[in-house]
Design a protein around this ligand. Sequence first.
Ligand SMILES: NC(=O)c1ccc[n+]([C@@H]2O[C@H](COP(=O)([O-])OP(=O)(O)OC[C@H]3O[C@@H](n4cnc5c(N)ncnc54)[C@H](OP(=O)(O)O)[C@@H]3O)[C@@H](O)[C@H]2O)c1
Length: 267
Amino acid sequence: MSLIGKHALVTGSSRGIGRGIALKLAESGVKVAIHYYQNEAAANHTLAMVRERSVDSLIIQADVSRPGDVRRMFNQVRDEFGKLDIFVSNARPELATFYQAPLDITLRNWDMAVDSQAKAFLVGVQEATRLMTEGSRIIAVTYAPSARTGSWQPWIAMGSAKAAMESLCRYFAVALAKSGITVNAISPGLTEDSVLNSLPQEVQNLARGWHESGWTPMGRLTTPADVGNAVVLLCSEGAGWITGQVIAVDGGSSLMDTVFPLEIQQG
Ligand SMILES: NC(=O)c1ccc[n+]([C@@H]2O[C@H](COP(=O)([O-])OP(=O)(O)OC[C@H]3O[C@@H](n4cnc5c(N)ncnc54)[C@H](OP(=O)(O)O)[C@@H]3O)[C@@H](O)[C@H]2O)c1
């Protein structure tokens, strides 16, 4: 799919899902600003991979939990590109900064989750729209199960922050409808080559086995390329009537019902 001549900013594109999104956009001819927080080497690696796809690019550093940094990031985009067609809000802080059970969580943990997701998205969309014209696309990367369930206890702050981010998508979708700018969220399933790979090997093996056993009907984990493909689809002209939606990119895992063991459901 050709998106030649478009300009994008993908936060958290130094690695993981954000890198997968940046690479798929670059393959479609988009000039992508690659954003990172601390890992400049990883950002440079993404930059080299983007350039291999024969599109030039740049890297921008910012802490998205700080509104001043978010504004500076968009000022850099304006100075380099002069406009913006695609904004993907994907960055998420390290687990250690927010991962705490409900009865132990500190306000600092809470603020890191909410500031890096809901507040960063609020400020980011306000800044992005100053650079956008009709046909532009705004996409938030969420984890929808955590926004509506309560079982993954130390995820309380991030689940709440993702719920707020999804709600912001709906409000901004209406606010920007008359400008012809769509606002959607993408919800990946558990993804390879992401934060998952920083977890103990035993946890990774259990998670892969679980999804391969049928809890993801398509029988494998999501890849960053799967998510990048979905972003490219949403950026196509033909997706211009889709707005305010949370779109699962998960091989069907969000369709599963926990009421019975798989043997009974699929027997
Ligand atoms: N992984 C999954 O299975 C999964 C599933 C569903 C949804 N998601 C969502 O997908 C997104 C990406 O997840 P991932 O697992 O690919 O992440 P990841 O591999 O852990 O990468 C995190 C990215 O965010 C950046 N970052 C970290 N702290 C930051 C801060 N304070 N300010 C700005 N940027 C910061 C990192 O930059 P540096 O490299 O500079 O540190 C990196 O680019 C997240 O929104 C996550 O909630 C992930």
